[in-house]
Design a protein around this ligand. Structure first.
Ligand SMILES: Nc1ncnc2c1ncn2[C@@H]1O[C@H](COP(=O)(O)OP(=O)(O)OP(=O)(O)O)[C@@H](O)[C@H]1O
Ligand SMILES: Nc1ncnc2c1ncn2[C@@H]1O[C@H](COP(=O)(O)OP(=O)(O)OP(=O)(O)O)[C@@H](O)[C@H]1O
Ligand SMILES: [Mg+2]
Ligand SMILES: [Mg+2]
Lengths: 222, 222
């Protein structure tokens, strides 16, 4: 469902060229649950952003569902993202002036579902992540791990075919981390493809396959 | 150096009273390195914010260096913080339009040190956290773990007597986490007191003492 061939990405910072991805070749089959590990600054978020159509790449090929994803304008990228992808950001990116419930319900706005049904489904997903009690809190009234769980619920609610999660258990204690991984395994069993960046071995061990990123290339694939 | 006696903290959210801390009694001696663990939403950040004079409390007593910290106006709290405390926030709070170097140098601004000396010391601390190469990057040009390390360098640079760190290795891979803990142990050996919130057992095991927070009170203290 995801196919990257020899993908390169370099950041331009002033006059500096900072090569981050130097020939990434990676295939993810539909229904797989893959983790990406690598040291801080190795390019994991950069790679996930490219897969998630949030950023473009300089060389190589990236196919999503068999279609080539090249440089595209923001509205086309947004439409593809809304239809196929769910994203959990490393820093959550919740909307500060909306409640947890409203944040989670937002992706359904584009699916022409009645507001009543959107909120019902949002409540269901919040509950699944243990967050029902905080539905009416604003993000700044939530702890770090609570914000993370709201972001996870939001990524799942529109039943995307692929969920991309950047350190989804980074702010969670071990018990809550296991609860989140249990939910991920449930939706994976329903056929949703998951790509998870994590720096925790125990979390990676719960996925089908671990991909190691180092020096801009994939070193090993277990 | 830190003494909390029966401290209570309740959040008011609309008409709701949300009791978070329900009688916290905790003493930290000068030069100790203590970790605080507990599940997501248990009140760890709330407790650290009270200790760091970033928030007030409703009942009980908190003494910093033997002086009672009660309700105080922001300028008095700011002066005390600048003089005694270094804080690593769970979400870093770097200044977006300043480089990594400028962010780290900022706490020295209040110490009447020449700009040349401030930048020199900031470079030294960035280097200690493995971040020298990124001195001139803006926060949005840094990875999650790189931002975290800049926030850590900033907390240390003014040689505070107490450093309060909220999940300082949350965004770091295991190798980089160990490097950060090594730096913490070095400054602890110089006499700096550290209170570290972490949800990782391996990190907590490197400190002198682990305090467990649950249901708003301290359950165990190892
Ligand atoms: N806009 C940018 N301009 C310049 N360099 C950038 C930019 N964004 C990221 N970088 C650099 O690209 C490299 C990879 O960043 P990335 O965020 O992908 O790392 P990561 O593997 O996700 O790290 P972490 O585990 O710390 O989150 C880093 O060295 C970072 O400094
Ligand atoms: N401004 C606020 N208004 C209402 N409730 C709040 C507010 N800030 C925090 N809370 C609630 O207080 C509780 C404790 O929050 P806190 O941030 O201290 O938890 P934590 O232990 O740091 O969690 P985590 O491990 O997820 O970071 C949470 O249930 C949270 O929803
Ligand atoms: Mg990252
Ligand atoms: Mg917290």
């Amino acid at each position: 469902i995801l196919s990257l061939k020899n993908v390169y990405k370099t950041y331009l910072q002033g006059k500096n060229h900072i090569p981050v991805l130097r020939g990434i070749t990676l295939t993810v089959r539909a229904g797989e649950m893959v983790s990406i590990m690598g040291s801080s600054g190795s390019g994991k978020s950069t790679l996930l952003n490219i897969i998630g159509l949030l950023d473009d790449y300089d060389q190589g090929e990236y196919l999503l569902n068999g279609t080539l994803m090249g440089k595209m304008n923001e509205s086309k990228a947004a439409r593809l993202r809304n239809r196929h992808l769910g994203f959990v950001f490393q820093s959550f990116h919740l909307i500060g002036f909306k409640t947890a419930l409203e944040n989670v319900a937002l992706p359904l706005f584009f699916q022409k579902i009645s507001r009543k049904k959107r909120n019902q489904k949002a409540m269901e997903y919040l509950d699944r992540l243990g967050m029902a009690q905080w539905a009416n809190h604003l993000p700044n009234e939530l702890s770090g791990g609570q914000k993370q769980r709201v972001a996870i619920a939001r990524a799942m609610i529109a039943d995307p075919s692929v969920i991309l999660a950047d350190e989804p258990t980074g702010a969670l204690d071990s018990t809550t981390s296991l609860e989140v991984m249990k939910v991920f395994k449930e939706i994976n069993a329903q056929g949703i493809t998951l790509v998870v960046i994590t720096h925790e071995r125990d979390i990676a061990a719960m996925t089908d396959r671990i991909v190691f990123l180092q020096d801009g290339v994939i070193q090993t694939d277990e």
